[in-house]
Design a protein around this ligand. Structure first.
Ligand code: SAM
Length: 174
């Protein structure tokens, strides 16, 4: 599986703080390499890096990066998630699995240039819902569910699946 990157556009630090944090955390959990966010946000960067520090993996975050710059020399296909796009079940077989992908998701209205730049405009149903839901469904289908329980290198703790309680193993005590 090639690398998956996220480009979050329209981020407003005050208003979207929680949603963009969840976009980053969900994409990390579902196997992305990292995220670009168009507005500079040091607090967001700090929060995500702290999770990576504790739970491992090499997920990276860059804020203050315009979508035009992130996509300009991107070596792979650009997938824009939008309720107006082609059906996910029809799009998925056309998206190469051996090339990197950059997934663009919006916050408010997305400029028409994004629709033109994208190699694939993909809908996750044609109803309006959420960038977190759209991203999670798209990534889980694209990776065929394989990223969810994949091991992550480094970090300070690992959660062991448990039918009832919480089992957390501290890597420092090993
Ligand atoms: N009203 C905005 C527009 O027309 O572009 C979209 C706002 S929506 C809350 C924010 C983001 O969620 C969108 O930019 C898109 O990436 C994603 N999204 C929402 N519903 C979607 C759907 N049905 N399929 C794919 N992506 C969706």
């Amino acid at each position: 599986m090639a690398d998956i990157w996220i480009m979050r556009i329209g981020h407003r630090p005050q208003r979207d703080k929680r949603v963009t944090t969840h976009v980053a955390l969900s994409s990390r959990a579902l196997g992305a390499k990292g995220i670009y966010v168009d507005t500079k946000d040091d607090v967001l960067e700090e929060n995500i890096r702290s999770v990576v520090d504790r739970f491992g993996g090499d997920y990276t975050i860059h804020t203050g990066v315009k979508w035009q710059d992130a996509t300009k020399d991107f070596n792979g296909k650009v997938v824009h998630l939008t309720m107006y796009g082609q059906r996910i079940d029809e799009a998925l077989p056309k998206i190469p699995k051996d090339e990197n992908i950059m997934i663009i998701i919006g916050a408010e209205k997305v400029p028409p240039e994004v629709y033109e730049r994208a190699d694939f405009n993909v809908s996750v149903g044609n109803q309006p819902h959420s960038e977190i839901a759209a991203l999670a469904i798209f990534m889980d289908r694209f990776t065929e569910g394989k990223a969810l329980y994949a091991d992550r290198e480094g970090g300070k703790m690992t959660v062991i699946p448990n039918e009832r309680g919480k089992t957390v193993v501290s890597k420092n005590s090993e």
